[in-house]
Design a protein around this ligand. Structure first.
Ligand SMILES: [Zn+2]
Length: 125
């Protein structure tokens, strides 16, 4: 039974990662198409995508992680972080129309508490 649970957890972890991966690819694609007007990803956005996916692979919080934009571990270089934020600001609202299910998951994942011991809420009370 425990083996069953473990494999289930593993599947969920992979699903979560897979979802974030797809969201990143979708968002960067939308951003590039809307701003750089190419048929395929331009080299700059291709770089960003490669970078983002690599960071995701190495994410220590893979399971139960919030979205990268809200993650407390700043594993992105500042410059890349600024770029991915720009992408998300652009693609986020548009995704609700073009990829509603993905967008909803992204919002839900973003609402997860950051996996930190120190919580903002408990500091304020
Ligand atoms: Zn581009």
């Amino acid at each position: 039974m425990s083996a069953e649970i473990m494999s289930k957890n593993k599947t969920q972890r992979n699903k979560r990662l897979e979802r974030e991966r797809n969201t990143l690819i979708t968002m960067i694609g939308m951003y590039c198409k809307g701003n750089h007007h190419g048929e395929t990803l331009c080299p700059e956005c291709g770089n960003l995508q490669e970078y983002a996916l690599k960071r995701l692979e190495n994410c220590p919080f893979a399971e139960g992680k919030t979205t990268c934009a809200k993650c407390p571990v700043h594993c992105y270089q500042p410059q890349m972080r600024e770029r991915i934020r720009k992408v998300m600001r652009y693609a986020g609202p548009r995704m609700i129309y073009t990829h509603p299910i993905q967008a909803i998951y992204h919002i839900l994942d973003g609402r997860r508490k950051a996996p930190l011991k120190r919580q903002k809420n408990s500091l304020n009370t």
